[in-house]
Design a protein around this ligand. Sequence first.
Ligand code: ITT
Length: 224
Amino acid sequence: MIHVLLATRNEHKRQEIAALLGPQFIFQTLNELPAAPQVIEDADSFAGNATKKALGLVRWLPNQSLDQPINYILADDSGLEVDALGGAPGVHSARFAAIDRHDGGNSPDLDNNAKLLRLLANVPAEQRTARFRCVLALGRVAPQSASQGRPEIQLFDGTCEGRIDFAPRGQNGFGYDPLFLPTGFDRSFAELGEAVKNKISHRARALEQLRAICARGNSGGRIW
Ligand code: ITT
């Protein structure tokens, strides 16, 4: 069994990643480690924020006594880029409705979706193109004695193209799923549900890359 700490407090991410990576992994999230350091997500790219989330934990963990061993840290930074808004909400996706708040808190999904619809109110269907983007940052947890210098973090990314609908539809998923129509479908991710989303999503594509590279190993040996 491989023990992975997901550097997230978002249980929807855990559910999707667990379904995609399969049963040989045991996952914990930060909801089970309340003492873990809070990361300020102030980088201007998904890669920057994913790296910050992973590095913070790779450095913190070797000094902790844990009930369960942890072999890897996996961070997910993700969001929605809307072309008619110049790529917004982008790295601000989780706190789009209250973007000026500086306490690091997320906004409710309903508020974020309402703001997106308001900003796109006069934008016609053909100009409502958008994509979800996900960057995963993977770090190995080394014993304290071996954890000198900057730990190595590997990045993997995935995108899913689509467009923004005129009203929310569907009950599944989270975040902007009720508004996002992936290319090739007339239904939102929230209507299509987990089985379809997990085949074509930004997160599924980033995890595909991670699985391929980790199975091959980056220096001759398998990472897992
Ligand atoms: P952690 O930082 O604890 O991982 P978070 O939800 O704050 O949780 P991010 O900072 O990466 O995560 O922000 C991601 C936001 O982007 C998320 O809150 C959604 O609003 C949106 N998002 C990302 N992936 C999504 C998906 O698969 N479906 C719908 N919305 C998504």
